[in-house]
Design a binder for this molecule. Sequence first.
Ligand code: ADP
Length: 348
Amino acid sequence: MLMVQVYLFTSKAANRDQMRQLQERLQALGCAASAVQLVDVSEQPYLAERFRVVVTPALVKTQPEPRQVLVGSDLLEQLEYWWPRWQAAENGQTADSTPSLASLEEELTRAKLTIQQLTAQVEFRDQVLELLAHDLRNPLTAVGIALETLELTPDRPDLAPQLLYQARNQVKTLDRLIASLLQVSRNQQNALRINPQAVPLPEVIQLVVQSFQAQLTSRDHRLHLDLPAPCPPVFADPDALRRVLTNLLDNACKYTPPGGQISISTLHSTNLKIQVTVADNGSGIAPADQERIFDPSTRLENRQNQAGYGLGLAVCRQIVQAHYGRIWVESESGRGSTFHFTLPVYRP
Ligand code: ADP
C-alpha cells in the first residue's frame, strides 16, 4: 500500500467544501486518516513557513519523497493527476524521472503564484491610485472656485478673508493627498515583501515609541506601556512590524485630543500568538465604520478627507495578514479606540 503523508493547509479564506472533498478523496484513494494533517495557517503559521505555503488551500505531500506542494483552485484534479504518479514512484517504476518532474511542477506552481501575487498588488495599486487621482480633483476645483470668486468680486473685499481661508484649507488637503499618494507607491513596493525572522517585540515597540517622543510631548499625551516580560520573539518582518506600530501610534496621536491617554500593551495569549494592543481615549470610531476603515476602496469612495487618506490601516491589514495574523478595532464613539493585532510566536 502507498504510504502517503500529506498536510492540507487551510485558512478562513479557503473554501471549506473543497477541503472536505479533498479529505474524502484522499481517504477514498486509501490514504489513512492519520496521514492527513489539516493545518489552519493562522493557528500554525510556522508550518506554513516551513513548507513555504503562501496561499491556501494548499496540499503538501511529504511522503513519499520528494516533497511536493500543490496549490490552486483545482486541487482535486491535481490530486487525481499526481496520485498514480506517486504510486508509480513508490513502486520504483519511474523512480528516476519523477523527482525532477515533480520539482519542475513545483517550480511552475511557485512562478504562477508569484504572478498572481504581483497581479493582485498591481490591481490594488491601480485601484487606489485611480481613487486618489479622482479625489484630487475636488479640492483642486474648490481652490479654483475660491480664487475665481476673489478675482470676480474686487468690489467685495469683505469676502476675501473667507475665500482665502477656504483656498488655504483645500491646499492643505491637497498636500495630504499627495503625501498619501507617495505612501501608496512606497508601501506597494514593499508591503508584501515579508521577510520574517525572530524579532524581539518589546524592543521594536520601544524604538517606535522613541520616534514619537516629540509628537507625544507636543500634544501633551500620556503614554502607558504594558510589556510583560518574558516575551518570546515574534516571527515577523521587522520593517513591516515597525510600519504597523507607527501607523497605529500615529493615528492614536492624531485622533486623541491634547492631554489624552495612549497605551501600548502585549499579551502572550497562546503559545502560538502574541497580541499587540494600541489604545487611546480619543474620538473613537462609529460602529458602522469599524470594519470599513481597513478597506481602502470603501473609505476612498465615501470619505471627504479630514485627517489623512485612510490608506494606513489598509496597508496595516495587508501586512498583518501576510503574517497570518488578524487586526481589528474595538471602539465607542467619543470614548476612544483600541486596535489589536496578532503575530505568530517564533518557534525555533
Ligand atoms: P488616515 O488616518 O490617513 O485617514 P488610516 O487608514 O490610518 O488613514 O485610518 C483610517 C480612518 O480610521 C481614519 O481616517 C480615522 O477616521 C479612523 N481612525 C483610525 N485610527 C483612529 C483612532 N485611533 N481614533 C479614531 N479614529 C481612527
